[in-house]
Every structure is written in C-alpha cells, then in structure tokens.
Write a protein that binds this ligand. Structure first.
Ligand SMILES: CC(C)(COP(=O)(O)OP(=O)(O)OC[C@H]1O[C@@H](n2cnc3c(N)ncnc32)[C@H](O)[C@@H]1OP(=O)(O)O)[C@@H](O)C(=O)NCCC(=O)NCCS
Length: 177
C-alpha cells in the first residue's frame, strides 16, 4: 500500500501526497477543469468522466494495474497524478503516467515529489518502463521529466496546433529495471 507522506516545498508550504479517495472526486475534477481551461498543456478540452465515474475510479486508487495519488493541503486537492499499466501481455511491463499541479502550486517542487512517488510505486509492482506524452512547447514539464531521468524516445512532428502554432508531440520514457 502506498505510504502517505508530507513534503516541504521550496517556498516553505507543505502538501500531503497520498492515495486518492472517492471524496477527492470534486477537488480533482476542479483541478482538471482548471488545467484544461489553460488550454496549452493537455489534450482534453473538458472533463471526460462524469462525477459518478470519477468517484468509482477513486474507490480503488491502487491495484496491480493502476495508481492514483493526490497532493492535498488544508483539504484542497492541489496536485494529482496517475499511473496506468499496459493491459496486454505484450505491454504489461510498461505504464503510462499523467500529472497535473494547480497553477499557484507550480515551480516549487510538488511535481517532482509526485513523479518520484509514481516512480517508487511503479518499481515496487515490477513495471519496467514508465512513459508519457508531452507537448514540445511544455518546457517546464520537459525540464522536470529530464531531471528525474526520462529521455525522449520519439516525436510526432507538428502533431498539434496550440495557440495557432504547430507543435511536436514528444514521447518520453524512464526505464526502471
Ligand atoms: C508539469 C507540472 C506537473 C510540473 O509540476 P511542478 O510542481 O511545477 O514541478 P516542479 O516544481 O517540481 O518542477 C518544475 C521545474 O520547472 C521549473 N520552472 C521554472 N518556472 C516554472 C513555472 N513558472 N512553473 C513551473 N515550473 C517552473 C522549476 O524551477 C523546476 O525546475 P528545477 O527543479 O530545476 O528548479 C506542472 O507544471 C503542471 O501541472 N503543468 C500543467 C499541466 C501539465 O503540463 N501536465 C503535464 C502534461 S505532460
């Protein structure tokens, strides 16, 4: 079971990183809505799941197949991350990661703490490769992924149009084995 932890951030604030629960559904959806409204970081343009579907998903935040963590402070969800293992025998040694941090909590180390928690769990369940997709324009995210050991494995040229400009879609991966 993923052990919760409180992290002290570079600006002196604290956040608790723990397994998500169904009661995080509303806070997590508010965070997703805020990040999608920024329009430049993630593909989704709104919520994909209903509140009931999110609550159901968060009723089992940790299985052999997936992990969902939140970063919480004073009862508010300020960060979220998830890891989903490949479904088939051919890709069960891999997992896909997603991560979001609320705008007013970025740049102070919370993303790194969440990523390191994902890496710890992924290793503990025997997954060998953690991977993600990131827009080439998302320089802070790419900087952070490289910092914790991810490397570029592929790139779809001009795959996206963001704010009127063509942007590459980068695939990055971290080998844990
Ligand atoms: C990507 C993201 C999760 C990173 O989380 P974070 O809490 O900001 O990450 P950290 O603070 O741990 O690290 C960010 C790095 O970028 C640097 N940075 C510089 N300016 C920054 C800014 N305005 N915002 C965020 N990071 C900044 C930080 O200093 C840090 O590098 P350092 O540790 O070498 O100093 C977060 O920015 C985010 O949620 N962005 C919007 C959603 C998104 O892009 N998700 C990922 C899609 S692939």
């Amino acid at each position: 079971m993923f052990p919760p932890r409180t992290v002290r951030l570079k600006d002196g604030r604290n956040a608790t990183i723990r397994l998500a629960t169904p009661d995080d559904a509303e806070g997590g959806m508010a965070l997703t809505r805020a990040v999608t409204a920024e329009r430049v970081f993630v593909m989704n343009e709104g919520l994909v799941l209903t509140p009931e579907e999110v609550r159901a998903d968060l009723s089992s935040p940790e299985t052999d197949e997936k992990l969902v963590l939140v970063a919480e402070t004073d009862g508010e969800v300020v960060g979220q991350t998830g890891v989903h293992r490949g479904k088939y025998s051919k890709n069960r040694h891999t997992a896909e990661l997603w991560i979001v941090v609320r705008k007013d909590w970025r740049g102070v180390g919370l993303g790194e703490a969440l990523l390191r928690a994902d890496m710890e769990w992924t290793r503990s369940v025997g997954i060998e490769k953690l991977k993600l997709g990131v827009f080439a324009s998302n320089v802070n995210a790419i900087h952070l992924y490289r910092k914790v050991g991810f490397a570029e494995e592929g790139r779809l040229k001009d795959e996206l149009t963001i704010e009127g400009k063509r942007v590459d879609d980068i695939q990055m991966a971290l080998w844990l084995a």
